[in-house]
Design a protein around this ligand. Structure first.
Ligand code: SF4
Ligand code: SF4
Length: 421
């Protein structure tokens, strides 16, 4: 499987330069040049907003294909709890896990169970944490990238606990290897994902030397097969272990649902996450102990690789929480033991990765900021994106960096032409 740097790819032939993606990008990573969109790999955080909004299917996601599984001797599926929300109201998690087995995975494990273990581990962590507060969840790889890039001062706030899909992958790879008597590297551990960003957290993990997962298949890519498999399930074993506490991780607020502390906060959606991180940076949320931030609207059920209307999916998750209970099925003693044994430990420190300044030389950088502000005064301030940059300030910056020219501004060019005639 190719290790791409990003989870999205622009398809030049399909792009008509409509600038929809450009205006949505939270890190101003996209430019449109000669009617074709392209993105700056340094700035992209894989939020998937461009992929979600492109009206011309000119952006593709880079996830594992079903055919890629052939290279493994044995495969394990670890479905995001979101998968449980994607089928009819009466289809239960255990049936979905059995359907995954039926379509070809050798082993299928309930990732929601590891979410439940991690909820308890977060509780233990917070009970012993001396700050800084709020501690911020690292479940969403996009939020982690956003923080390391644009909020480097908040990197110390990122909670130092391994995420459930990674701890589950590590555990089940070992289990399957010993039960089959094969080398662990012959096993493909595959996450069933609601969003493309999970692929990047596999190819370029944070806090780990190497991901424990081998790939991520989009929910939308195997949905049809699962629907067929659900029609006539024969096998009847219990694969679902989780209660509503683990399943709740599919929605915004789910990660904090099982934490026995009131001062936790859950935020979802790009703009709300950015607003909240600004508040954390300004010291306005110091009384909050734990902050769950998920980039997709309403949490992972809003991921761009899902198939179900997210409001309907949320309704289904609520039903499952009610059905399987808000009381955790994991014992604190067991999690405490795992916690002390280092089961939830990260392998390396998460470090800031801020965007470079306008110039590596601080004196020149200040000069360039002044230059940018001067250019900005002459631009019309309409932020129309007709120049191919998301707004006038970014165009001014591009001009200073030599990536664009004042002539790219259609208003100024028109003004000049009218003045001449
Ligand atoms: S949204 Fe972006 S990628 Fe899609 S057609 Fe418009 S400019 Fe091209
Ligand atoms: S994935 Fe997000 S950050 Fe990357 S180019 Fe698209 S909108 Fe911008």
């Amino acid at each position: 499987m190719k290790k791409t740097r990003h989870s999205i790819r622009f398809i030049e032939e399909k792009c008509i330069g409509c600038v929809t993606c450009l205006r949505a990008c939270p890190t101003k990573a996209i430019r449109v040049v000669n009617d074709k969109a392209r993105f700056d790999e340094e700035r992209c955080i894989d939020c998937g907003e461009c992929f979600r909004l492109c009206p011309h299917d000119a952006i593709a996601s880079e996830t594992t294909s079903y055919a890629d599984l052939k290279k493994f001797e044995c495969t394990i599926a670890l479905p995001s709890p979101v998968l449980y929300s994607q089928f009819g109201y009466d289809v239960l998690p255990n049936q979905i896990l059995l359907a995954l087995k039926k379509i070809g995975f050798d082993y299928v494990f309930d990732e929601a169970w590891d979410c439940e273990l991690t909820t308890e581990a977060i509780q233990i962590y917070l009970d012993n944490c001396k700050g800084p507060f709020p501690q911020i969840s690292i479940t969403c790889p996009v939020v982690v990238r956003l923080i390391t890039m644009l909020y480097p001062s908040l990197v110390d706030h990122l909670i130092k606990l391994e995420i459930p899909r990674e701890s589950a992958a590590k555990k089940f790879r070992q289990k399957a290897a010993s039960s089959r008597g094969i080398s662990p590297d012959k096993i493909g551990v595959i996450h069933i994902t609601p969003c493309p960003a999970k692929m990047i957290s596999i190819n370029h993990p944070v806090g780990l030397e190497k991901s424990n997962l081998d790939g991520a298949i989009a929910i939308s890519d195997i949905y049809g097969q699962l629907l067929m498999a659900l029609k006539d399930l024969e096998e009847d074993v219990i694969l679902q272990l989780s209660s509503g506490v683990g399943i709740a991780w599919a929605i915004s607020g789910g990660e904090i649902m099982g934490i026995r502390q009131e001062n936790c906060l859950a935020v979802s959606g790009v703009q709300d996450v950015i607003r909240t991180l600004n508040d954390v940076e300004a010291g306005k949320l110091n009384e909050i102990l734990f902050l769950e931030c998920l980039i997709c609207p309403d949490g992972c059920i809003g991921g761009s690789l899902t198939v179900q209307n997210r409001h309907q999916a949320r309704r289904k998750v609520r039903r499952l929480i009610k059905m399987f209970g808000e009381q955790t099925r994991v014992s604190r003693e067991m999690v405490l033991r795992l916690y002390r044994d280092g089961y939830f430990n990260l392998q390396k420190e998460i470090l800031p990765n801020p965007l470079p300044p306008l110039d590596p030389d601080p004196v020149k950088a200040i000069q360039k900021i002044k230059q940018r502000d001067e250019i900005l005064k002459d631009l019309p301030g309409k932020n129309c994106s007709a120049c191919g940059a998301p707004d006038c300030r970014t165009l001014a910056e591009d001009i200073v960096l030599g990536h664009a020219s004042v002539e790219d501004c259609v208003f100024l060019t028109l003004k000049k032409l009218i003045g001449k005639s």
